[in-house]
Design a protein around this ligand. Sequence first.
Ligand SMILES: [Fe+2]
Length: 405
Amino acid sequence: MKKSTFYHMPSINFMGVGCLSNLGKECVARGYKKALLVTDKNLVKLGIVEKVEQILKDSDISYTVYDGIEQPNPNVADVKNGYKYISKNNVIKKNYDFVVSIGGGTNHDTARAIAALVTNGRSIEDYEGLNKLTKPILPWVAVNTNAGSGAHVTMVGIVGDDSRKTKMNFTDPKLLATITIDDPELHVTAPREVTISSGIDILAQAVEAFVALNATPYTDALALGAIKLFVNNIRNVVANGNDLDARYNMAFAGAMAGSAFNNAGLGHVHTIAHQIGGSSYRHHGLISGVLLPYVLEFNAPAIPIQKFNEMAFAMGLEGATGDNAVQIVLNAIREINAELGIPESLSEMGAKEENVDYHAKMALKDIAGMTNPRQATLEDMVQLIKTAMRVESQTKKQREPALSR
Ligand SMILES: [Fe+2]
């Protein structure tokens, strides 16, 4: 007998070219009068923030822009600075009705943390873990500008904690956006390297969600759909960032992978990525991309072969109808990584051997591991991280031409 389940997602999600135009009327309909815009200086420079500002002005909504987020990863300091920006002695200076995040996962996670602190008080570290918020957050509108983390559609906040050299996870259905807006026209300014490093996180998240312990037929459909869209569009969007059809499909891939893991959970790609990213400050997606083949190989004995058959089918790989599907899917992922120029080793992501034991311990504490399909001991985790670091001597093995379709 399968256990009962439920799904969380933002209730209104605008997608597609030109959908940013819905922002004004949706905010007016809710009676919003004053916004805090949370973003970064690069998006201001690119004119994307100005597009949002113009819509708010046309809708008679006043706003303040906080553009102090440091890329590529948000940390506790970003949240504190953003909160300080709008408060004095922990009292909010002005009456903000809502928060608008403009950007990718970094800016969304910082914005939802600020929105949570405005109503719940205290500091973000107090809400680490599952369901720790006591009050609804300030309404949050997520304007997404690249395909990757899917943070705009999730209830999972991740911010770096420099003091512990890790990334802190705060997960709560209260952290869902009120409205999401995912307009591919805003994605075209993402540089090639951001398109790749954010994009590969889609594959990592979709695969982890598909094999996660809390996966259901609903999340499986989202995860497989995301894998298919990713494989069919990543080359086009990397080759030509102005390809709006490819950007559109990648936007859906990102949102679908985000929704899949939001409800199915993740696994040790993410528990380890949170440790390496928390100390090396390298891009989360890139680290996840490096880790995906290693972790999937570790998990493979605990994953039904049918799951590999289905992933191979979604990736357009032929002949993967039996047990051979494990190797075919792993090879295909390695080939995609190689094609996108994603490093093969965690060492190239700034991981240091002297930190492996600490990373392994912290990874096992990360709640993203609760749904990993294969139980990992501390020894397993140490070995897994070391394997992903010492790739030079271990993975120069024969590969099948997985992407020749
Ligand atoms: Fe991720």
